[in-house]
Design a binder for this molecule. Structure first.
Ligand code: ATP
Ligand code: MG
Length: 336
């Protein structure tokens, strides 16, 4: 049976890393076909719109999209396309694995942390923003709901269960932010009590940052609110060697979009040296989401083996390979 996904080749290094990623997926013979749609600068130049209706319709139809980084045109008045997509499809869970890979310059080995960030509430709702007339006082509204907290914590536990993970850590600041973070923590405890087979602990966000840097191996799955999750997931990416290896998924009840965390890297675009690994790992998250855990594992194993052998690795990993050459080296290992 063939499944179709929406594919956005994106801007900057986007087309290069997407071609590389699809080359590897094709080599895996997954029976997945692609509908190519546009967004970002490419869409703006071709169709006069950053996020065309046909693109939204394709994503809604196939319910799964693989997306390269997008640029917004320079100038005022353009809002982030990623935020638009998140709002349009109510993509409430931002899921970012941070996994150690061989032969990187990272400080740690053996890290395997999944950060689950609530993506629609908290400090980022854009409500109640007020600056007093004299410009001396600024305020902002944070919003936490039972429904929003419940679904993100449930997502974290379900993800833990599906991946055979052992522990979920809820990260909060309920001692100070008593109403908002307090509600999140209470709901997290309730949800956790329904998953007795999975360990659960609580950590205050400042301590969590210190623990992540000092003893990252104690973490398995982290679930937290929007602002804390934004910061912690980047911290985790830094623990394992940075942007070229950091994928992310944006997941809603109907639609899920998989991507690399990094941007369009205009400084190296068109030179064929971008590292495709982050997007490939995003494709791995996509396969897990489709229930194809064996294929996801096969893909990750091939990436690890290729990095282990330093076969065609790109300059950011200390090699002198190309995007396509590295992808070909990975593709050669996916069936072995
Ligand atoms: P944008 O405006 O789209 O966010 P940016 O340049 O601000 O782009 P990134 O694209 O995230 O931010 O890039 C930050 C740095 O990391 C750049 O020097 C870029 O070349 C490098 N970089 C990002 N992604 C990759 C990659 N996949 N392979 C190699 N280098 C990368
Ligand atoms: Mg950037």
């Amino acid at each position: 049976m063939t499944q179709t996904i929406a594919v956005i080749r994106g801007d900057g290094i986007g087309p290069e890393i997407m071609d590389a990623t699809l080359h590897v997926l094709d080599a895996m013979q997954l029976g997945i076909s692609y509908e190519f749609v546009e967004a970002g600068l490419a869409a703006y130049e071709a169709q006069g719109e950053l996020l065309p209706a046909a693109t939204l319709a394709s994503i809604a139809k196939h319910r799964i999209a693989l997306k390269s980084p997008l640029s917004t045109p320079i100038g005022e008045g353009f809002s982030s396309i990623n935020v638009s997509l998140r709002r349009h499809f109510d993509l409430y869970a931002n899921v970012r694995p941070a996994i150690s890979f061989p032969n990187t310059k990272s400080r740690y080995q053996d890290i395997d942390i999944l950060t689950v960030r609530e993506n629609t509430e908290g400090a980022y709702i854009g409500e109640g923003q007020h600056l007093s007339a004299d410009g001396e006082t600024a305020t902002l509204t944070q919003k936490i709901t039972r429904k929003g907290s419940e679904r993100i914590v449930r997502y974290a536990f379900e993800a833990a269960k599906a991946a055979g993970r052992k522990k979920v850590t809820v990260v909060h600041k309920a001692n100070i932010l008593k109403t908002t973070s307090g509600l999140f923590l209470r709901v997290a405890r309730e949800v956790a009590s329904r998953y007795p087979e999975i360990g659960f602990n609580e950590m205050i966000v400042d301590n969590c940052c210190m623990q992540l840097v000092m003893r990252p191996e104690q973490f398995d799955v982290i679930v937290t609110t929007n602002l804390f999750g934004d910061i912690i997931s980047d911290l985790c990416a830094g623990l394992v060697g940075g942007l070229g290896l950091a994928p992310g998924a944006n997941i809603g009840a109907e639609v899920a979009i998989f991507e690399a965390v990094h941007g369009s890297a205009p400084d190296i675009a068109g030179r064929g040296i971008a590292n495709p690994t982050a997007l490939l790992l995003g494709a791995g998250q996509m396969l897990s989401h489709m229930g194809r855990e064996d294929d996801a594992r096969r893909l990750r194993r091939a990436i690890v083996a290729t990095m282990e052998a330093r076969d065609g690795t790109t300059p950011d990993l200390g090699g002198n390979g190309t995007t396509q050459g590295f992808a070909a080296a990975i593709a050669a290992r996916v069936n072995g």
